[in-house]
Design a protein around this ligand. Structure first.
Ligand code: 48F
Length: 260
């Protein structure tokens, strides 16, 4: 016999245990697109306490719809090994170009990251940061429903030794830092430089170069890297997103190891 109140208690208790256990993190990842998911997978697999916060109901960011809602993605040779590592089937289209089903890719990245130990919170938006001694030390979070409803409800906070801004084109974490913190970003101008128009070849290599610390304690990943440091967008070629997520995780892991 099923008791509805037991079902309710099970959800409430399990969820709040999970939230409570993730208020003091080695790494917080903001944004559950391809870059954030690969970064989270790698850090969790390496044994770091890592959680990912995603505004939307679904995890996967801009991957589900492939290009113009045609649900296939393209990945170049350099990043195919990451599809292989996640056991995502891909097919060679012509030399140097592989395709994968975008639904299978998004769902597999999500599933493998969670299985590797990444805790994923959907429906939570990061709206601000905490800064101490000119370094980001934590995030300010709220329910997306509060944001959507325009409700006047104060947020809550969590501590993170490192943050990865994987919020895509919007670069939301670094934009809030640029707006609110009286300090320069680690970019050429000291501000968010801004995204340029579409040039796949340049964008893909720059996205890796631009995956780095953009403010003390905050690393870029994915499209955010080019938005912050001022480079091109790439459209539906996703290798750079996967490689950038991997690089962001390696940089953060190296810092965490050096401090431990
Ligand atoms: O946009 P998104 O997929 O970022 P990405 O991993 O990949 C970019 C590609 O999808 C594509 C591209 C490459 O070909 O140009 O656009 O860099 O995923 C970013 C995720 O971050 C969430 C947002 O809902 C999306 O799922 N997000 C954005 N701002 C916040 C956030 C926020 N403040 N709090 C929580 N989640």
């Amino acid at each position: 016999m099923l008791d509805e109140i037991v079902i309710t208690k099970a959800i409430i208790n399990r969820y709040f245990d999970k939230l409570n256990a993730n208020l003091d993190l080695d790494a917080a990842i903001v944004g559950g697109g391809p870059a954030g998911l690969v970064a989270g997978y790698k850090l969790a697999k390496a044994g770091f306490k890592t959680a990912l916060f995603e505004r939307k109901l679904s995890i996967g960011g801009g991957m589900w719809g492939g290009g113009m809602m045609m649900n296939e993605i393209v990945v170049q040779t350099e990043a195919k090994r990451i599809l292989d590592e996640f056991e995502i089937p891909s097919r060679e289209f012509q030399e140097g170009y592989y395709t994968a089903d975008s639904v299978l890719t998004a769902s597999t990245l999500c599933s493998q990251a969670a299985r590797a130990g990444l805790t994923i919170f959907n429906l939570i938006s990061v709206e601000d940061v905490m800064v101490r001694d000119a370094r980001v030390t934590g995030l300010v979070i709220n329910w997306t429903a509060v944001e959507m409803g325009g409700l006047h409800v104060d947020p809550l906070t969590l501590r993170a030794r490192y943050t990865i801004d994987a919020t895509g084109h919007a670069a939301e974490v670094l934009n809030v830092i640029a707006r609110k913190v009286d300090a320069r970003l680690l970019t050429g101008t000291g501000a968010v430089v801004g995204e340029r128009s579409l040039w796949a070849e340049m964008a893909e290599s720059h996205t890796i170069d631009n995956t780095k610390e953009a403010f003390p304690g905050v690393f870029t990943a994915g499209m955010c890297a080019n938005a912050v440091f001022g480079s091109y967008r790439m459209g539906p070629v996703f290798g750079g997103m996967l490689l950038s997520g991997e690089k962001a995780a390696e940089l953060v892991a190296a810092r965490l190891r050096a401090e431990n």
